[in-house]
Design a protein around this ligand. Structure first.
Ligand code: NAD
Length: 475
């Protein structure tokens, strides 16, 4: 792990195994942190917050972040391979992410010396009132397994630029890349203790990290059940919280859509990441007049998807990251069949014996899904697409919004008026028109409704890690 700038084993000496979802075998040993390790990491972060990091000029802080970005860029290929081995997601996707991550550190590093206060024209003669924007202190970053480094970067980059210090706990299912990433912080020149990494199980150390009295803010990405638990635990200390949680995003196809873009858009929106992305377009809403045509093409296109080794750049569908997650996906397929959804494709573990060791589920498509079905309401987090017919715009909006979630939505149309009208009516933090699943360091990302609290990415994300102080001087 990384505690106070030094590589650290768990105090107990314990390790746990990390599995390669393609081979089904353990391939790495990861330190299994306990409460004492969490306490040491928080203590290191708290000391670093009071130390050199606090007095360093923001320009220098930004320069260190830029150096870090350069180091990550040099290591991008290695990091991508580690991520794919650890979580089984496609190498093309992990490469794209690892090559893109430096932009976050450059962008937020560049913002570090552009954090400005205000002078307030106060209503008291002779009194000067101004504000400073100051960091919060120690930020606990807790991240899931699906995009390990990218989702951590969304927290670390703005938090560090704002002058906070970090204790990061990656997912127990994908900690390996985090430990290599961790080696780069000191090389870049971050003072000791500014970034600390503890690896271990959420149910063993998560609560201590969230409730530690020296943690000022919790930045969490993960499932909504865990998110709720984290929110409740953080409430005890009235800590600031951002939550990026699940989704049940609608990808809406109108009859006037360019089908040669919409069909691959629907397919990659759900299957490219084996459905293991919070913004997966897991509900395809298709206008009734083209419903048969679209489902037919969808099934034909998805059928040709190459299932296999995620390290092979030709592979289009990789394994599920964890065995319990595969069991959950198969359960949902059973539930959907039990509820009467029409299974149009997939639905089981692939029969291909050459990939039998991997934790695969076939790309699965259900047709004629009804909103009342669990498959239309609950996040599966796997390669399962529900296709739902609609008649007109109003019905499309009603179905799209009929969910507790509000993370993202997509729509495919050539009607300019509709492309402008509809995004306003969709209850989602990101809406894509004639595209799907794009994110950037420049554009805010986050959930409406129960998909989360707060925003990551974009200029305003830095304010999630700052507080404004009002200073009064009787001149
Ligand atoms: P998870 O909720 O099981 O775990 C997330 C993290 O929380 C892990 O590091 C885990 O160890 C930790 N954790 C577990 N129990 C904890 C506790 N009691 N206290 C503190 N931390 C605890 O999520 P997952 O299965 O790893 O990831 C999948 C979920 O993440 C999906 O629901 C997905 O939608 C969501 N997700 C959301 C976004 C987003 O930006 N909105 C992005 C990716 C994933």
């Amino acid at each position: 792990m990384l505690i106070s700038g030094r590589p650290a084993a768990a105090r107990s000496g314990d390790y746990f195994e990390s599995f390669d979802p393609f081979t089904g075998k353990a391939w790495a040993l990861v330190p299994r942190a306990g409460i004492a390790d969490v306490d040491a990491a928080v203590q290191a972060a708290a000391a670093a917050f009071r130390g050199e990091w606090r007095t360093m000029t923001p320009t220098v802080r930004g320069q260190i972040m830029t150096r870090f970005a350069d180091l990550v860029a040099e290591e991008a290929e290695n990091l991508a391979v580690l991520e794919t081995r650890d979580n089984g997601k496609l190498i093309n996707e992990m490469r794209m992410q690892c090559r893109y991550i430096p932009q976050w550190f450059r962008f937020f590093g560049g913002l570090a010396d552009k954090i400005e206060g205000r002078v307030i024209p106060i209503d008291k003669p002779g009194v000067f009132n101004y504000t400073r924007r100051e960091p919060l202190g120690v930020v606990a970053a807790i991240t899931p397994w699906n995009s390990p480094l990218m989702l951590a970067t969304w927290k670390l980059a703005p938090a560090l630029a704002a002058g906070n210090t970090i204790v990061w706990k990656p997912s127990e299912f994908s900690s390996v890349s985090a430990l290599f990433f961790g080696q780069l912080f000191e090389k870049a020149g971050f003072p000791k203790g500014v970034v600390n990494i503890v690896t271990g199980f959420g149910h063993e150390i998560g609560d201590r990290l969230v409730t530690h009295p020296d943690v000022a803010k919790v930045a969490f990405t993960g499932g909504d059940a865990t998110g709720r638990r984290v929110y409740q635990a953080a409430a005890g200390g009235l800590k600031k919280v951002t939550l990026e949680l699940g989704g049940k995003s609608a990808n809406i196809v109108f009859a006037d859509a360019k089908m040669d873009a919409a069909i691959p858009g629907l397919v990659s929106g759900i299957f490219a990441a084996t459905g293991q992305t919070c913004i997966a377009g897991s509900r395809a809403l298709v206008q009734r007049s083209v419903y048969d045509q679209v489902t037919e093409k969808l099934v034909a296109f998805a059928k040709t998807a190459r299932i296999g080794d995620p390290l092979d750049p030709e592979t289009q569908v990789g394994p599920i990251t964890t065995l319990p997650q595969r069991a959950k996906v198969l359960d949902y397929i059973g539930i959907a069949n039990g509820e009467g959804a029409a299974q149009l494709l997939g639905g089981k573990i692939p029969e291909d014996t050459s990939i039998a060791d991997g934790w695969f589920v076939e790309p699965t498509i259900f047709g004629n899904v009804k909103q009342s079905m669990r498959i239309a309401q609950e996040e599966v987090f796997g390669p399962v697409l529900s296709v739902i017919p609609f008649d007109d715009e109003d019905e499309a909006v009603a179905i799209a919004n009929d969910t507790i979630y509000g993370l993202a939505a997509g729509m495919w149309t050539q009607d300019l008026g509709r492309a402008i009208r509809l995004p306003e009516r969709l209850e989602a933090g990101s809406v894509w028109v004639n595209m799907y699943r794009a994110t950037s360091y420049l554009s805010p990302f986050g959930g409406y409704k129960q998909s989360g609290i707060g925003r990551e990415n974009g200029q305003t994300a830095i304010y999630e890690y700052l507080q404004e102080k009002s200073i009064w001087i009787d001149a």
